[in-house]
Write a protein that binds this ligand. Structure first.
Ligand code: SF4
Length: 231
C-alpha cells in the first residue's frame, strides 16, 4: 500500500473511532473561527509573515508565557534582525540576550537553525515540511507552525493547548498524551481548507483562554453542546 493511501486509511479509522461526523466538524470549525474573530489576541508575531520572526516567536513560546515573551521578542529582533545577523553572533552572546527567559538550550538551538539556514538555504527558512524537519532544533510542532503561520499552508500543529482542546471535544475525559498520533491526524483533518493560519491561531488562543488546563470556562463555551466532556 502506498504511503499516502495508508495514511488516508489511518485518518479514516481515527475519524470513525472518535466519531468526528461532518456536522460536528463543521460546527467546531465555524464556532472556533467565529470565537477567534471576536476574542483572538493581538500578538506581535501575528502582525508579520516573516518566517524568521515567526520562528523566533515559536521557539520563545515553548514553555514560556506570552506576557514574558513579548518584550524579549522585540529586543531579540532589534539585536538580531535577520538569520544572517543571528548566525554571526556568538552562542554566548545569544544566550545572554535570551536572559531571563530560561530553558537555555533554546537560544543555542535557535542560533544553530540560523547557521543552517544560512549555509543550506541562503539565509531563508525553507517552506517544505521535510526540509524543515531535517533541520536540527525543528520538530513536528515548529514545522507545522512555520508552514501555517509564515507560509499560509494548511499544516497541522499540536502543542499542549491544542492537544487538550481536541481531546476534550472529540474524545472526552482522560490523558491526551496517550493519543498523540490520533490527535495529529485529527488536527490535520479539522483544518478548513485555506484557513490553516486562522484555525491554528484560534486553537491556541482557545486552549489558553477558554479550554484551559485548570479552569476551563465550560459554562460560557461555544463548544459546550458538542463537547464530549459534556455528552
Ligand atoms: S465545554 Fe469545557 S471542556 Fe469542552 S471545549 Fe469548552 S471549555 Fe473545553
Amino acid at each position: 500500500m502506498s504511503k499516502s493511501r495508508s495514511s488516508r486509511s489511518l485518518a479514516k479509522s481515527v475519524i470513525k473511532e472518535v466519531k468526528i461526523s461532518r456536522g460536528k466538524k463543521l460546527k467546531f470549525q465555524k464556532r472556533l473561527l467565529r470565537w477567534y474573530e471576536e476574542f483572538g489576541r493581538d500578538l506581535p508575531w501575528r502582525r508579520t509573515a516573516d518566517p524568521y520572526k515567526i520562528l523566533v516567536s515559536e521557539i520563545m513560546l515553548q514553555q514560556t508565557q506570552v506576557d514574558r515573551v513579548i518584550p524579549k521578542f522585540h529586543e531579540f529582533l532589534t539585536k538580531y534582525p535577520s538569520l544572517h545577523a543571528l548566525s554571526q553572533a556568538s552562542p554566548e552572546e545569544v544566550r545572554k540576550t535570551w536572559y531571563p527567559l530560561g530553558y537555555n538550550i533554546r537560544p543555542y538551538r535557535l542560533r544553530e537553525i540560523a547557521c543552517e539556514s544560512v549555509e543550506r538555504y541562503g539565509g531563508t527558512i525553507p517552506r517544505k515540511e521535510q526540509e524543515l524537519l531535517s533541520m536540527k532544533g525543528i520538530g513536528r510542532y515548529t514545522a507545522g507552525a512555520i508552514r501555517s503561520f509564515a507560509f499560509n499552508q494548511d499544516a497541522p500543529i499540536l502543542d499542549t493547548n491544542v492537544m487538550r482542546v481536541l481531546y476534550r471535544v472529540f474524545w472526552g475525559e482522560g490523558d491526551p498524551k496517550k493519543y498523540k498520533n490520533q490527535l495529529w491526524i485529527a488536527s490535520k483533518h479539522l483544518i478548513p481548507r485555506g484557513r490553516g493560519y486562522d484555525f491554528n491561531q484560534a486553537l491556541m488562543d482557545f486552549g489558553a483562554m477558554v479550554c484551559s488546563a485548570r479552569k476551563p470556562t465550560c459554562l460560557i463555551c461555544p463548544m459546550r453542546d458538542i463537547c464530549r466532556i459534556h455528552s
